[in-house]
Design a protein around this ligand. Structure first.
Ligand SMILES: Nc1nc2c(ncn2[C@@H]2O[C@H](COP(=O)(O)OP(=O)(O)OP(=O)(O)O)[C@@H](O)[C@H]2O)c(=O)[nH]1
Length: 321
């Protein structure tokens, strides 16, 4: 960063500076006359000497990266073009500018010390108004960025909580949610039922019709389950061909009825590899377990799993408890 002269001695005028737009004030031009104009070689960084300063780009282009020291930096880089300014917030905060400002190409900047900016604000309503406009624009842009990030975060969170093949919740979701649902049930003293189901002879289905047809069958099974539940129930893919249904506030008799209904719909659901040739129906074995006093998630899952194996042993395509 090399000082090449002063603003008065340069070929630039106050009209080149967006912050001073519509301010026709001779006094301001005079106040800026002695401000340094510096040149930055491409790739070099502004040395702000830990001061609050306003930089206005006169020529070239700058990249501004948010503060890299306070842990808030996330790689967002803004591009600054001629006439635009950097550092107005640090001047208003009277704090050193912690953003990293570097030249994308050979650039010239006007450097205005923080104290002078304050003096100019006292002198000119126009400057104060322009600064407010600029800050309001920055706040709006920052809010929009935040909203976009929130949406993206939510999108990735959902992606990590859902199974790619069936779209159902996955094991990660269950690890997070089942303990919470169990804690709520224990606290409120309401019943909670867990249904574990495993597709029958699925290895044979895969071996006979191919793995892609197996995937279709799994999707069909997920559809049967997901569409047959109340909005307050949850369905997820527990593992390979094992699915799970969580029924909060559901007593045993009702849970058994729900499981029977799912079992019937499963054996009746059509499965299509393509639209011409429907594949054989699939069935599943269902195990129902009720949350008992002192039970945690592992114990409840183990109980549902044991019930599901009883359904397998009992001949499959059935519900056991
Ligand atoms: N197509 C497909 N198959 C899967 C997927 N996940 C697990 N499987 C298959 O599911 C089959 C499960 O087989 P087993 O555990 O032997 O059980 P099964 O043949 O269903 O027999 P039973 O459970 O005793 O009725 C295996 O062949 C797995 O490859 C998947 O995402 N897609």
């Amino acid at each position: 960063m090399e000082q090449i002269g002063t603003f008065a001695a340069s070929s630039y005028t106050i009209r080149d500076l967006h912050l001073f737009r519509d301010i026709d004030d001779e006094q301001i031009a005079q106040a800026l006359a002695d401000c340094a104009v510096v040149r930055l070689a491409p790739g070099t960084t502004v040395e702000n000497g830990n001061r609050a300063r306003l930089y206005i780009l006169l020529r070239g282009a700058l990249a501004v990266e948010a503060d890299t020291r306070n842990g808030m930096a996330d790689g967002t880089v803004s591009k600054i073009l001629p006439g635009e300014s950097v550092g107005e917030q640090s001047v208003l905060d009277e704090a050193a500018n912690l953003a990293s400002i570097s030249a994308l190409e050979e650039s010239e900047l006007l450097l205005i010390e923080g104290e002078l900016v304050w003096k100019l604000i006292d002198q000119s309503n126009g400057l104060a108004r322009n600064l407010l406009r600029l800050l309001s624009f920055r706040i709006r842009a920052a809010n929009a960025l935040l909203r976009r990030r929130q949406k993206l975060g939510e999108f990735y969170r959902q992606l990590s909580m859902n199974d790619g093949l069936t779209g159902m919740y996955n094991r990660a979701w269950m690890n997070d949610m089942l303990p919470k649902l169990i804690a709520t049930a224990h606290r409120a003293g309401t019943p909670l039922a867990l249904v574990m189901l495993d597709l029958d002879h699925f290895k044979r289905f895969n071996d006979t019709h191919g793995h892609l047809a197996g995937d279709d069958a799994l999707r069909a099974a997920a559809d049967v389950i997901s569409t047959a539940l109340r909005p307050s129930d949850f369905a997820l893919r527990y593992g390979g061909e094992e699915l799970m249904v969580i029924l909060p506030e559901t007593a045993e008799a009702l849970a058994l009825m729900v499981a029977e209904r799912l079992c019937t719909r499963m054996r009746e659901a059509p499965i299509f590899r393509d639209m011409r040739i429907p594949l054989p129906h699939i069935t599943a074995s269902f195990g129902v377990a009720m949350l008992e006093a002192g039970m945690d998630d592992s114990a409840l899952i183990a109980a549902a799993d044991a019930a599901m194996y009883r359904a397998k042993e009992g001949g499959r395509n059935r519900v056991a408890r």
